[in-house]
Write a protein that binds this ligand. Structure first.
Ligand SMILES: Nc1nc2c(ncn2[C@@H]2O[C@H](COP(=O)(O)OP(=O)(O)OP(=O)(O)O)[C@@H](O)[C@H]2O)c(=O)[nH]1
Ligand SMILES: [Mg+2]
Length: 373
């Protein structure tokens, strides 16, 4: 540990997020971006389920522990197997440390974590692993990716925000939430609000009238309206929906498919649950998202600027020497606090929206709604 600190801290990112959110692609996109700008970088695969890596990495946890072997040896399923693997990695932390110390040059390190959400919201191995990396002298920002397609389903978006919040609170690291694949944000339907609404997460309760519809684009004039259908034996309401933009105006007959937009028992409970969740999210008021398309250099630059502010990378060796170790710790805590709650710049989000959302033919029910905020 001393050996490392003599040369100052290392910097990096713990890249986390649900399965398929784009973590591996992010690590390699960022690595390429930084390398092209002359910043030495290393990618560390910490996902033991990644048996076929789509990109080369500098350290691969599969050399220590591999999910397929663990499942077979211990007769575990994929989830239990992954929990076992992360515990094993944490117990063999020296294996990782040796490899990190052997990396040539003082590289910026990108850790590609597994996607299983419970590892961050319930488990402790990842938390402990991150604490040990920090003690070793690695200044990490947790970069939490959430797939932008969640924006097209109010219930899913609320859940995704809740997971982001729980992860922030549990990991206790400088934290940046990223709305990944923003180029595909409307591929599952038009959004009810403009992109700023989803990135700022300021007034999430406004999503409640849309909870239970497949797309968030729904006439909120129907808010609170009892569905005209009847409940099935489980309390789900079967209803014939009026035509909507995603079914081309034909309407669909199936309460489950249409979601929980009707007045069935479960639908009402689901809405109440979401009301409570929105209240909780607004009480904490910690989550905001930075939009990213990993192919878009402009987006990458903006995300990196926030991440670098969070982990203190923007402090040069001279600034660090000037304020001393204690001063540096205090400054870092202030910086990461500021970045932790940083709302993405509204004009910049608007730029991203102009690039990736079709806003031409929206009517007064959609985009204009959150302009008055
Ligand atoms: N259009 C678009 N696709 C993306 C972007 N980022 C990632 N993808 C795609 O999303 C899919 C999943 O990406 P991965 O990087 O494998 O996601 P992951 O989070 O590592 O997935 P797991 O390791 O399985 O949890 C891949 O097909 C990527 O090409 C993006 O910004 N835009
Ligand atoms: Mg991956």
């Amino acid at each position: 540990m001393k050996r490392n600190l003599i040369h100052g801290p290392r910097f990096g990112q713990a890249v986390i997020g649900p399965p398929g959110a784009g973590k591996t692609t992010y690590c390699h996109g960022i690595a390429r971006f930084l390398s092209a700008r002359g910043r030495p970088v290393a990618v560390v695969n910490l996902d033991p389920a990644n048996d076929k890596l789509p990109f080369p990495v500098d350290i691969d946890v599969s050399e220590l522990v591999n999910l397929a072997d663990v499942m077979e040896t211990h007769n575990l399923g994929p989830n239990g197997g992954l929990v076992y693997c992360m515990d094993y990695l944490e117990q063999n932390f020296d294996w990782l440390l040796e490899r990190l110390e052997a990396l040539q040059g003082r590289r910026y390190v990108l850790f590609d974590f597994p996607g299983q959400v419970e590892l961050y919201t319930h488990g402790e191995a990842v938390q402990r692993l991150l604490q040990r990396l920090e003690k070793w002298g690695c200044r990490l920002t947790a970069v939490h990716l959430v797939d932008a397609h969640h924006c097209s389903d109010a219930g899913k978006f609320i859940s995704a925000v809740l997971i982001s919040l729980t992860t922030m609170v549990r990991l206790e690291l400088p934290h940046v939430n990223v709305l990944s694949k923003v180029d595909l944000v409307e591929s599952y339907g038009r959004l009810a609000f403009d992109l700023n609404f989803y990135t700022d997460v300021v007034d999430v309760q406004r999503l409640l009238p849309y909870v239970g519809t497949r797309s968030t684009y729904k006439d909120p004039g129907r808010e609170g309206e009892e569905g005209g259908g009847r409940e099935d034996e489980n309390g789900w309401e079967e209803e014939v929906r009026e035509g909507s933009i995603e079914d081309g105006g034909e309407g669909k007959r199936d309460g489950r498919e249409a979601g929980t937009s009707g007045g069935g028992r479960f639908a009402r409970r689901y809405r109440k649950l979401n009301e409570a969740l929105c209240e909780l999210i607004e009480d904490f008021s910690l989550v905001a998202f930075h939009p990213l398309n990993i192919q878009d250099a402009d987006c990458i630059e903006r995300v990196l600027a926030v991440v670098d502010k969070c982990n203190g990378y923007l402090l040069g060796a001279e600034e660090r020497a000037l304020v001393g170790r204690e001063g540096e710790a205090a400054l870092l805590s202030t910086l990461s606090g500021l970045a932790f709650r940083a709302q993405p710049d509204a004009d910049r989000v608007k730029d991203v929206q102009d690039r990736y959302m079709d806003i031409e033919d929206r009517d007064e029910n959609s985009l204009s709604k959150n302009k008055a905020r």
